[in-house]
Write a protein of this length. Sequence first.
Length: 143
Amino acid sequence: MTTILGRTEIEAILPHRPPFLLIDEVVELEPGARVVARKRVTEEDCAGHFPGNPIMPGVKMVEALAQAGAVAVLAEERNRGKLALFAGIDDVRFKRIVRPGEELTLTCDLETVRGPIGRGKARATVNGDLAVRGTLTFAVDES
């Protein structure tokens, strides 16, 4: 897949910055509906988790999925310049350990959006193997 959005374009949509910006590129984007992004996992992503046996923390994988989903939401013209915040995390299951040097493919399909609240099915894979999946609920900050 071809890169649609690189780091500069992602930073124009999301307020996150390193070290907490957890997506490297967007390879598929349908604003308000679907996003596919990538995250190359580094030693820094796993720092302290665990010494001598680096594993990307599950919470960072879920955050990377949320950031990918936020790109789909905030890429819509009506949401430009706003914040997408977590409102819920449901049915998350971790299926595979993720290590430095691996690449996460992050997919979020938005299911429902009613006003500023929406839900999306999210999953992250490594070479096609499921690493984590769940349902994310978000709220777009209207202020």
